[in-house]
Design a protein around this ligand. Sequence first.
Ligand code: PLP
Length: 412
Amino acid sequence: MLSTITSSQEAIELEEKFGAHNYHPLPVVLNKGEGVYLWDVEGKRYFDFLSAYSAVNQGHCHPRIINALIEQAKELTLTSRAFYNDKLGVAEKYVCELFGYDKALFMNSGAEANESAIKLARKWGYTKKGIPDNEAVIVAVKKNFHGRTTTIISASTDSAARKNFGPFMPGFEIIDYDDVLALQKALANPRVCGLWIEPIQGEAGVYVPQEGYLKAAADLCKKHNVLLMMDEIQTGIARTGKMLASDHEGVRPDLLILGKALSGGVLPISLVLADDEIMLVIKPGEHGSTFGGNPLAAAVVMAAMDVVKNENLAENAERQGIVFRDRMNAIKEKSSMITLVRGKGLLNAIVINDSPQSETAWNLCLKFAKNGLLAKPTHGNIIRLAPPLVINEDQLHECCDIIEDCIMNYKK
Ligand code: PLP
């Protein structure tokens, strides 16, 4: 029998004592979620404005997804890929048809999907583009966030992600984000096999590139025979008001990388989608994962995607996003505490008028929590605001009122 926690303080002390200190959470201990709401162990209710970094776009514990999980868990959870199972092919067909690709590769975490995309791009570079052995280059951009593995942080420009974790993996060239001239120059190198970008840089603080950047990137990739590797792990699955953020510019990536909300927050499920000429460069035994493509994940992913479609979450994100940014911009007019509001759909951020080293954004988030809304700063003075996409307009206004109240009454 699991021993139960009786107070927030007790849970925090246990994590501090027995857990690795690789996160710095707000002092809130949660034990229940439903839709847009979370509850702490004392029974206080909050609006979730982080959505597990956009993994619970469908809302917490969506009954359809939980039901699919339970029903499949009673039948079969894992066989390994040494054998076929009766769910994986169905799920592969489902996601291929949904996103418009020939083939799907299931993994677990977002980082693993990115690792898979790197391997696919490199192998394609050697076997299809004719890049000399071990000389393939992947172009990445400053302030990217693609995960935490040693290869992925080799392409990071965030010192906290890299310091003391070297030596790093070679084969990356890092250029400015949202800079078409830099792209033109970098992609002309015949050793480049892939351009690896996020359509909006979520983790960096919701940086939205200029309109036309993604289209220019796709055109330049085509021109130079380079694969466009789009990390839609945070932006995908309806978060920005379209199924994919790439859809805003009519861009179809060569390697589409998905994670997080693929499961509605129920299981770690990630995915790379590509057409045959790319996906089939990887042969049996060259890549895999014990849990990737397990029947439980296959059942969950289909239920989670059904919810996104049936409940029109992309349309809701688009509509509520406009209301939200209008409200945030109105607060910005009234208070010098906000210098910028940016985002798309329901992936938004406010920039706080203080240095990234200051405690202001953290303290403001503590105040939000006290008033029933959970959000967390990213990179010091930026607060990402990303509720589950099932939020309705009345709830959104209630949340905007909380944010407004906290900002207007903020005292240092
Ligand atoms: N890529 C992007 C754009 C992300 O936002 C994240 C996580 O925040 C990842 C990759 C890594 O995903 P995971 O934490 O599941 O490895």
